[in-house]
Design a protein around this ligand. Structure first.
Ligand SMILES: [Zn+2]
Ligand SMILES: [Zn+2]
Length: 967
């Protein structure tokens, strides 16, 4: 690493790296997993990320929670195995390789050779995974990456195959024609949710829409409208709505029919005459002449083709109220075709090019077809217009998608829907509105799941079919052994193209059984991870009931239709169970400007630099405190990360640096389990212990409930109490002459830091380790010892004194009001004032200890009470000559102390003080002894000389004073 990079690292970041080193040397993660687990297993599933690219905030955020919760349950006495997973297959990897090798389409891949392509994909995912390790380790996430499961591993794929067969045998898998969004470049269907998951998939585009004339067997011509002219070659029918009014209109000697509502707009600028109105039902059954000649007998032979049908989806908001129907290219079209028994004719190949069946359209890419329509329709093109509408694009390669009907393998969601809705009731969703809201809606509305993809890099669809068209017998092997016994071949890899070469004779007719060429949708694999990661049921079958379902998973809202959904589908379909008991759904993380994070917009800081600058603990508590952990969308803010560092890590580190020298001097170290009852009556000690136990209870409750922001808020509030009130108020006690009281303060602080370090260890693993090591005196010596190997602190409920906490709260409020008034009136705190009056209703009259604290903080001689006061306080600001003098003495004392500090003196170094200032002669003669005592001064001398250790000229109450110290 270069020096420049080293220099950018903050002291916090460097400290964290030391801790990482300590864990590594001590093998602390492994020890934490393998230590005694009286509570048994706690099962965590890692949602496997796609390997492509580097980890980003969107992966770091859930990764941190995936560390916090398992650390917590480990400390609670559970065994939490944490194994990383990689989602290796699918389009993301294929697209990267295509880009790297400059392959334009599937033809290029086939030319290169499927074997080579698949090998490239495997190499790509193998090298990409390495770059992740630095980030995952640096954020302090404990996870076993060395033994990560990979969806491309033979064992994983065999379990997937077992799952497919099980589902097939349950009758849940079928082959059918369906319409789906299809990418002509990737040459594969995409699932609708993947397209909607990506916010940029649908965009407004300007396209041609056309109105086309259809000659009927009656005396009129129908005007039909479409926004996708390229689909016209697939036209098999027209649709109208039976209750809608249509008009017969005369124009240029011809009669046209279209929806009554649309006449004015369609004929705008044209001369026309309305003849009469009819109903849609009068049109149903009308025959018409096909626009183009299809080279396929099915269209002509079928008695239902080229007729008008009634359909609910016909709208008169736009167009003509007559819709062109191409069952090969649209969901509504396909459904209508199915209802009316129209034939399914596949006109276009998977690359979006018309085939031989399409007659004169053969060889046209769908986009070109859009352009050619005008020419080929000739006079039948009634009107052509530009129209703006929302259109989907491939989220991988940005090609315009098409709706395409094709044969594919489906999982029947319908058959498991009820079970899924029922078992969802058992799941704890955080936040809970997803349970009855979006997730339930997905379960209720999801269509059957298209499982097959006509691609290369994936688990094979394990279906072999007889190549005898008369037979078409199907076999679905569910294990490697089964394939081997069917084919007599040795199988060591399930990937294409090797698996495609395995054939065997048909049991029915003796024909050749060949594998269908598709691979599985990779969501089938990530949904299979609960069992496939263990190679179930081929291994670990006995332990299965302990490993399923998961106690905890977490991902972002997009996975409501992704991983969460597919886990739920497969677990219900295979095991009649939900797959996870508790789930956190995070919101979406956007860049600092609220837009999607993007390098070109520069709307987010480099994660590596952030980790170097602020450290991991700061990023951890920033993310875990954020409403994003309760499903809210959030913009990343570097300022807030910095703030998290300041409010948590810096304050806490300062407490530790203050405490440690005293503890060392007293040789006081806290032992595990150490507890001395009632060791201090001091009100501050009792208060901070009460606050500590309150805080531990709050953190624990919220971590148990998977609500991280309130747990983090409790941490931050306690750090503030500890640092800016308890330690600040106790500083004098540590240094004071009352050694008993000094030890009480030391003991209390030690105990608090020790217990608090354990309570925050899951959220802030680094700073907590630092504190624990210092407070216990291990100081990173014994590598067997770590805060993460201790038990979570059990709340000492009897110490929670709610009354004391609320009284202290009031005292602090009055103090801050009084200090605010001092500041507004420009009166320094060192200037004593006569009195502060506080509300009698606060009930603090009898609380001598608390009143002393207020008196000292506000620097007043007396606290008075007033019944008429409600929330406010009254500060008597009259400065008598005596008080003024007292204030000046304090000023002088403080200046001398600062000079000692400046000269590098330590307590016990005795020096002389020199002064010059005629207005201060009286003060020094009157208060000299007190000043000497308080500042460790031998002698006070009036006059100046040349060799002082430190000196300062100042003005006190507009009077000049020169002060210096010397030997
Ligand atoms: Zn694509
Ligand atoms: Zn056969």
């Amino acid at each position: 690493m270069s020096t420049e990079e080293q220099n950018q690292k903050s002291v916090f970041s460097k400290e964290e790296e030391k801790v990482l080193e300590f864990w590594k040397k001590g093998d602390t993660f492994k020890k934490s997993v393998e230590k005694d687990a009286p509570q048994g297993n706690y099962v965590f599933y890692d949602g496997p990320p796609f390997i492509t690219g580097l980890p980003h905030y969107a992966t770091l955020l859930p990764s941190i929670a995936k560390d916090v919760i398992p650390r917590f349950f480990t400390m609670k006495g559970y065994r939490v195995d944490r194994v990383w997973g990689w989602d290796c297959h699918g389009l993301p990897a294929e697209n990267k390789v295509e880009k790297n090798l400059d392959l334009k389409n599937k033809k290029d891949i086939e030319n290169l050779g499927v074997e080579r392509f698949v090998r490239e994909c495997r190499d790509y995912v193998s090298t990409s995974s390495k770059q992740w390790e630095w980030y995952i380790e640096r954020i302090g996430r404990w996870v076993d990456m060395k033994n990560a499961y990979k969806t491309m591993d033979l064992k994983f794929m065999e379990s997937v195959m077992w799952a497919f067969k099980s589902l097939y045998e349950k009758g849940l898998i079928y082959e059918d024609y369906r319409t789906s969004l299809h990418c002509p470049r990737c040459a594969t269907p995409l699932s609708k949710f993947e397209v909607t998951m990506d916010a940029g998939s649908y965009r407004e585009v300007e396209d041609d829409s056309v109105i086309v004339e259809f000659e009927t067997d009656k005396d009129f011509t129908l005007l039909a409208w479409t926004t996708t002219p390229w689909t016209l070659p697939g036209n098999l029918a027209l649709a109208v709505k039976k209750d809608t009014s249509y008009s017969v209109v005369e124009h240029s000697g011809k009669k046209y029919v279209l929806a009554k509502e649309r006449v004015e707009e369609v004929f705008e600028g044209k001369k026309y005459k309305k003849v009469k109105d009819i109903k849609g039902k009068d049109l149903v059954g009308t025959g018409y002449t096909p626009l183009f000649d299809l080279q396929n007998g099915k269209a002509k032979e079928n008695s239902g083709t080229f007729k008008v049908y009634d359909a609910d989806f016909v709208s008169t908001q736009e167009g003509t109220g007559v819709v062109h129907i191409a069952p090969a290219f649209g969901e509504d079209d396909f459904q209508l075709g199915k209802r009316e028994g129209l034939p399914i004719i596949e006109l276009m190949d998977e690359n979006g090019v018309y085939g031989e069946v399409a007659g004169e359209w053969e060889g046209y890419y769908f986009k070109e077809a859009n352009e050619k329509v005008k020419e080929k329709l000739g006079e039948r093109l009634f009107k052509r217009e530009k129209s703006v509408h929302s259109y989907p694009f491939c989220y991988r390669c940005d090609t315009s998608l098409i709706h395409k009907t094709q044969k594919a393998w489906y999982l029947s969601i319908e058959s498991v829907r009820e079970k899924m809705v029922e078992s969802n009731k058992e799941i704890n969703w955080v936040p809970d509105h997803f349970k009855e809201g979006r997730f339930k809606y997905n379960l209720e509305s999801a269509p059957d799941w298209c499982l097959s993809r006509s691609r290369y890099w994936g688990s094979p669809v394990p279906i072999w079919r007889c190549d005898n068209k008369e037979c078409e017998n199907v076999e679905v092997p569910g294990s490697i052994k089964e394939i081997e016994s069917l084919s007599g071949e040795k199988v060591s890899d399930l990937h294409r193209p090797g698996i495609d070469g395995i054939t065997f004779p048909c049991r029915e007719c003796g024909g050749k059984m060949k594998r269908v060429l598709e691979v599985l949708d990779c969501w089938f694999e990530s949904g299979s991870m609960p069992f496939a990661q263990f190679h179930y049921p081929f291994e670990r079958e006995d332990e299965w009931k302990d490993l399923f379902p998961a106690d905890f998973i977490i991902e972002y809202t997009g996975q409501l239709r992704g991983w969460f959904y597919y886990l739920h589908v497969l677990s219900n379909a295979l095991f009649d169970s939900y797959a996870f008991k508790n789930v956190i759904v995070t919101g979406v993380l956007a860049g600092s400007d609220g837009r999607k994070m993007s390098k070109s917009l520069g709307n987010y800081p480099d994660p590596k630099l952030v980790l170097d600058k602020y450290g991991s603990d700061a990023l951890r508590i920033y993310f875990m405190s954020s409403p994003i952990m309760l499903g809210g969308d959030t913009n990343l803010s570097e300022e807030d990360i910095q703030d998290a560092l300041r409010k948590n890590i810096i304050l806490l580190s300062n407490v530790l640096s203050f405490y440690t020298p005293f503890a060392k001097e007293e040789k006081f170290f806290v032992k595990e389990g150490e507890w001395r009852e009632g060791f201090s009556d001091n009100i501050l000690d009792r208060w901070i212990l009460a606050r500590l136990e309150q805080t531990i209870e709050e953190i624990e409750e919220n971590l148990k409930n998977y609500t991280l922001p309130p747990a983090c808020k409790a941490i931050t509030l306690f750090i503030e109490d500890l640092s800016t009130w308890y330690i600040r108020r106790s500083r004098k006690r540590f240094k004071g002459e009352d050694r008993e009281d000094a030890r009480r303060a030391l003991y209390t602080t030690g105990l608090v830091l020790h217990r608090f370090s354990k309570a925050i260890a899951p959220v802030l693993p680094f700073v907590s380790e630092n504190i624990w090591q210092k407070v216990t005196g291990n100081d990173f010596e014994d590598k067997e010892k770590s805060v993460h190997l201790t038990d979570y602190p059990k709340v000492e409920k009897r110490l929670i004194d709610e009354k004391l906490v609320s009284e202290m709260q009031k005292a602090r409020e009055f103090t801050s009001l009084a200090l605010k008034e001092r500041a507004e009136n420009n009166i320094k705190v060192r200037q004593p004032l006569p009195s502060l009056t506080i509300p009698k209703g606060a009930g603090l009259e009898e609380k001598g200890d608390l009143l002393e604290i207020i008196k000292e903080e506000v620097n007043v001689k007396e606290i008075l009470f007033d019944e008429s006061l409600e929330d406010g306080v009254v500060l008597d600001k009259k400065i008598t000559p005596d008080l003024k003098e007292e204030g000046e003495v304090r000023e002088v004392t403080r200046t001398i102390q600062n000079l000692r500090k400046k000269a590098g003196l330590v307590p016990g170094d005795r020096v002389k003080v020199f002064y010059k200032g005629k207005d201060f002669q009286e003060l020094f003669s009157k208060w000299g002894d007190k000043l000497k005592k308080e500042t460790g001064t031998e002698e006070i001398i009036e006059g100046e000389r040349g060799d002082f250790l430190a000196e300062k000229r100042s003005e006190i109450n507009e009077k000049e004073l020169f002060l210096a110290i010397g030997r």
